[in-house]
Write a protein of this length. Sequence first.
Length: 255
Amino acid sequence: METLVKDICQAIITNRLNLPPLPETCMKVRKLLQDDGCSARQLANTIAVDAALSARILKIANSALYARQQAANDLSMAIQRLGNSLIGNLVNGLGIMPAFSFSQNRQQDIEAQIRQHSMSTAALAYGLCQQHKHLNHFEGYLAAMLQNIGYIAILGYHKLPRELLADKNALISFLSAQHIPIGSHLLRHWQFPEALIDIQQKHSHLYRTHSNRVDYLDIVIAANVINGPLFSASDRKSTRLNSSHTDISRMPSSA
């Protein structure tokens, strides 16, 4: 299976996965946010071309959580109210949603299972973050969604072996073993922040301990414990294929 993992990573690098690409608006907003001098007006001008994203930002800015006496009637005001960090999380979150809703028409039951687990775990993370004032609930939601992106990437590879697709247990075993390294490879290619990639890589570390305040990794781990595993132990049993972890850390993440 090591060759298959490397082939999938190469498909990521060359943009040959059968996945919706990140929206151009998402990439432009990220680039703007790298500049500390980026203004709300600059962000608004970039975001305005995406009607769905604009509407979502305005809705959140005027929600009970962020609303003030004066309504945010335009994007610039909404962005100023929410702040650049939250805008970045919203743009990233909305940018990856098409990947989770996109069907490969190959393993629809597994796709639906991944989608449901991602959404429910993210909702739990959102709620858990609200109990800690130093955490942003949208960032917790995004971190929980991204933990399963590796499953989506693998299923988006159009040359998965027929024998793997024909054996559901073997496929689940392979997905479970390789979704973390492949997911982090995809997130780096998409230029997501290293902090979010770190959570994606460590979200299964159930016995993690540290002396600091609760952080987003703690939130995602707790949400997973509450929600339960994506696949049961019996689902992952397979004697036909070797799905041991493949080290792809030295592979380039971009062309």
